[in-house]
Design a protein around this ligand. Structure first.
Ligand code: FES
Length: 111
């Protein structure tokens, strides 16, 4: 089950540096935020490979972020790996004036 939250104000657009990720906890979700050419992308900060919370520290190039630990790549627009099968959770972003809002969701296991 997926629990969707509301948009939350996270930071100013001017706080984000081009292609330099930042980490935010939004409604208890660990999120990596990237600004690339005035577009902002929000993905899960948890790498799929070894569940390391380091995506925000990744290298950004050609629309992908590369995990600094072992080089797995994820598309910023979709969160997917290059083969397209699975990937990081991708969150909605909206920008109003200079404010960046992100809407996260949580995956909840029901037993
Ligand atoms: S932890 Fe990200 S590639 Fe290994």
């Amino acid at each position: 089950m997926i629990e969707e939250n509301e948009f939350k104000k996270v930071c100013k657009l001017s706080d984000l540096k081009e292609k330099i990720g930042q980490r935010f906890f939004i409604d208890d979700v660990d999120v990596a935020l990237f600004k690339v050419e005035n577009e902002v992308f929000a993905v899960s900060n948890m790498c799929l490979h070894q569940k390391a919370a380091i995506i925000y520290d990744g290298f950004v190039e050609d629309g992908f972020v590369t995990c600094p630990a072992h080089g797995w790549q994820f598309e910023l627009k979709t969160g997917r790996v290059p083969s397209g099968i699975k990937g990081l959770d991708k969150y909605e972003v909206k920008i109003e004036n200079d404010d960046v809002y992100v809407k996260v969701f949580k995956k909840i296991l029901k037993w």
